[in-house]
Design a protein around this ligand. Structure first.
Ligand SMILES: Cc1ncc(COP(=O)(O)O)c(C=O)c1O
Length: 388
């Protein structure tokens, strides 16, 4: 358990809270003192030493190891990439759609997931979308779509639109029983609770660092299950994907035997330095502690919304981190929240309130007060339940 005092001590490390109630970690994690310091130190070293690439490459390897530790993988199973899209593209480029052709993905995926796989249609892929039942996609809907022609099931862990959490274990076991692969997109949850890719038994796992991992944009990680690595040869590639990038051999492709083969060009060192600091901070706080706090705050918002009769789009049993409240005009409600120095965001008709370890019950009270003060924008929805 984390005490209120500990939460406040953590919160003080994020300067945005001096002037704002920050509830937008689903878009961008808040900037901590350690991440700011890491950027400053990186600039200092660059000034002093000019081109200390040996130590920068070492930091890049440290980031790989830190992320591997975070998700229960081996560093050889982790690629360091500039975005989640780059990671997904690398895998898509390595798949052959001449045997199995189907890519089965839910309509709650982040759009990039649709775009990458739809772009593979020219290479033979056939994309089938799994429809939602209201604000949920039950595993049965995947059960109907995954068949013996299915090559891969890209799956978002938490939906960026409504906070719905996929039943990963059931969907993985359905997919594997039909010899299909599963790629888990954990960008909307990674950093809010302990995660073990081996226990989840996913084949691929992707997350960037800018949201709940509290890092900057321009850095993501891809996990590839060890047994799959040597079977996949990406056609989107580059020198950092080679067994020895420093062989400088223009005539030969010699892909790394590790997940580094899914990388491309020079790694984004400033982002890596910053992410190393945020990953360290999160591991010091402890992801189980983060999960507990996120759950407490999420439950308080869900209960509070039910109490004052606001329609909640997120399922009632949610443990966070994203709670989405319906509004008549979500943009207008986000602007009203901003007037009260509350930072949130919206997608379609939902106002997204995203929590991390730095949020408090006082934040929840302020958010609910702001909704109450803007009755004309609130959708009364009786109890907290999924819309049909
Ligand atoms: C769930 C999810 N997946 C993927 C992405 C896209 O990531 P990137 O911009 O690193 O490609 C996002 C970005 O918001 C996201 O929320």
């Amino acid at each position: 358990m984390i005490s209120d005092g500990d939460v406040l001590r953590i919160r003080r490390r994020f300067r945005v809270f001096e002037s704002k109630i920050y509830a937008n970690s689903c878009s961008q994690g808040a900037l901590s003192d350690v991440v700011e310091k890491a950027f400053t130190e990186h600039l200092g070293v660059w000034h002093r030493e000019g081109s200390p690439w040996d130590s920068w490459v070492q930091q890049y390897e440290e980031a790989r190891t830190a992320f591997a530790r975070l998700i229960g993988a081996h560093p050889d199973e982790v690629a360091v990439v500039p975005s989640a899209s780059a990671a997904i593209n690398s895998i898509a480029s390595a798949l052959d759609f001449h045997g199995r052709r189907k890519v089965v993905l839910g309509e709650f995926e982040f759009p990039t997931m649709g775009h990458v796989w739809l772009a593979q249609q020219g290479r033979g892929a056939r994309v089938q979308f799994v429809c939602a039942s209201g604000d949920a996609i039950p595993a049965e809907n995947y059960d109907r779509a995954i068949d013996r022609d299915t090559l891969i099931v890209p799956l978002t862990h938490v939906c960026f639109l409504n906070g719905f959490r996929s039943d990963v274990k059931t969907i993985v076991s359905l997919a594997h029983s039909r010899d299909a692969l599963v790629m888990l997109d954990d960008y909307q949850d990674c950093g809010t609770r302990p995660i073990d890719v081996k226990e989840l038994d996913v084949d691929f796992y992707v997350s960037g660092v800018l949201k709940y991992l509290l890092g900057p944009s321009g850095l993501a990680f891809l996990y590839v299950r060890r047994e799959l690595i040597s079977t996949l040869a990406p056609t989107i590639t580059g020198w950092f994907a080679q067994a020895n990038p420093f062989a400088f051999d223009v005539r030969t492709i010699d892909l790394a035997p590790t997940a580094r083969r899914f990388e491309g060009g020079t790694p984004p060192i400033p982002n890596i330095c910053a992410a190393l600091a945020s990953l360290k901070l999160l591991s010091e706080i402890g992801l189980a502690v983060v999960a507990e706090q996120v759950k407490t705050i999420t439950r308080a918002l869900l209960d509070g919304a039910r109490h004052i009769d606001i329609l909640v789009i997120t399922p009632p049993d949610s443990v966070g981190p994203l709670v989405v409240l319906q509004a008549k005009d979500a943009n207008a409600m986000v602007a009203k929240l901003a007037e009260r120095n509350i930072v949130a965001s919206c997608r379609k008709d939902g106002v997204r309130i995203a929590f991390h370890v730095y949020n408090t019950l006082e934040d929840v009270a302020a958010i609910l007060d702001a909704f109450e003060e803007n009755q004309d924008l609130v959708v009364r929805g009786s109890t907290v339940k999924c819309r049909e």
